[in-house]
Design a protein around this ligand. Structure first.
Ligand code: 5MM
Length: 341
């Protein structure tokens, strides 16, 4: 049994005001797709150079508490052969490892997927601990349609999330549990709220059943918003109100922090919605949880567009990252306005 105080401390240090988490954990396949979209060669070397650019950005530690990496990335090196996890640790940033191995179709449940990766996980976690990782992420994917999600799908994914979370804590690693309710779809805001509330309730029931210490984990959640193909997009205030109502109805107060994924929103919209959540928080005088951003596309899209795979654009790309981080840091304190873009 690991030291629960140490887990609580790590969890709290991931969600401090004005800072967030950089989700740089694209699998090689997803990273390649992002590179190909910009005509950047889809090679291991370009993926390495891209991660190097991100992690060596001067000053990211002012805005970032942790960086999520894929297995291949945490083992990778800078030009000077310094392991990426050591680069981050030297800046006071916590290396976070993505430990699920992706999704497969949920047999007998058309249109739904389940996340894999439990086999041999405890051994892998010990290895990542030795590499400096102090948190680990697992992502379940929930699809909203007329027929989904099914209760069975939510239960199956929650059971895996709970088992993974228990294993993480037993080796001194903070689990970052991510049930991603997809933005893709034509559902209303009300439906997104109902599905996200049910998802989180089932998840926390499973976590409690597996005796996971809720004070030693972080929830990574979708914001609650109408689907990308719904006829009316939700306003920032609507997103903030629906999201906060959802968490009040489903997330236990012991959980130290809730961090958001950007989920395919534009970087600007993800920042604007974070700001609206912080505004609402100020209005009501606070919630039990710290909130923070944990974006991938919401932070990295402008970086990739500035870099284009060219060494001479590295500085420009790092400035684009810092700019996005700064704006989200302001949003975390409700100090962001669109005119800052
Ligand atoms: C970087 O994307 C992560 C998963 O990647 P793969 O699908 O390649 O395994 C993902 O879990 C990410 O960390 C979160 O969804 C947040 O990303 P966005 O882009 O939604 O902010």
């Amino acid at each position: 049994m690991s030291d629960s105080k140490a887990l609580h401390k790590i969890a709290k240090s991931l969600v401090v005001p004005r800072k967030g988490i950089l989700a740089a954990d694209q699998s090689p396949g997803s990273m390649n797709k992002q590179l190909a979209a910009l005509d950047i060669p889809e090679t291991p070397e370009m993926r390495r150079k891209y991660r190097q650019l991100l992690f060596t950005t001067p000053g990211i530690e002012e805005y970032v508490t942790g960086v999520i990496m894929h297995d291949g990335t945490i083992r990778n090196y800078t030009d000077e052969r310094v392991q990426f996890s050591d680069v981050l640790i030297s800046k006071g940033i916590i290396p976070i490892i993505k430990v699920d191995t992706g999704t497969v179709p949920h047999n007998n449940f058309p249109g739904e997927v389940v996340t894999q990766g439990l086999d041999g996980l405890e051994g892998r976690l010990r290895e990542y601990y030795d590499m400096g990782a102090r948190a680990a992420k697992w992502r379940a994917v929930i699809t909203i349609s007329d027929d989904t999600p099914t209760l069975e799908n939510l239960r199956t994914d929650s059971m895996s999330l709970a088992r993974y979370a228990a294993m993480c804590q037993s080796v001194g690693i903070v689990p970052m549990v991510e049930p991603e309710v997809l933005y893709a779809g034509s559902h209303s805001l009300e439906r997104a709220e109902a599905v996200t509330t049910e998802t989180l309730k089932i998840l926390f029931t499973a976590l409690k059943e597996q005796r996971v210490d809720l004070s030693g984990l972080i929830l990574k959640s979708s914001m609650v918003l109408a689907g990308s193909e719904y006829n009316e997009q939700s306003s920032p205030r609507e997103v903030a109100e629906a999201s906060l109502r959802t968490y009040k109805n489903s997330v236990p107060e012991e959980v130290p922090g809730i961090v958001f994924l950007s989920g395919g929103q534009t970087p600007e919209r993800a920042t604007e919605n974070l700001n609206a959540i912080a505004m609402k928080e100020k209005e009501v005088g606070g919630y039990p949880w710290e909130f923070a951003f944990s974006y991938s596309r919401g932070l990295e899209q402008p970086v990739q567009q500035a870099w284009l795979g060219d060494d001479k654009n590295v500085k420009k790309a790092q400035e684009a990252l810092l700019n996005r981080l700064r704006l989200n840091s302001m949003a975390d304190s409700a100090e962001y306005t669109a005119s800052m873009e």
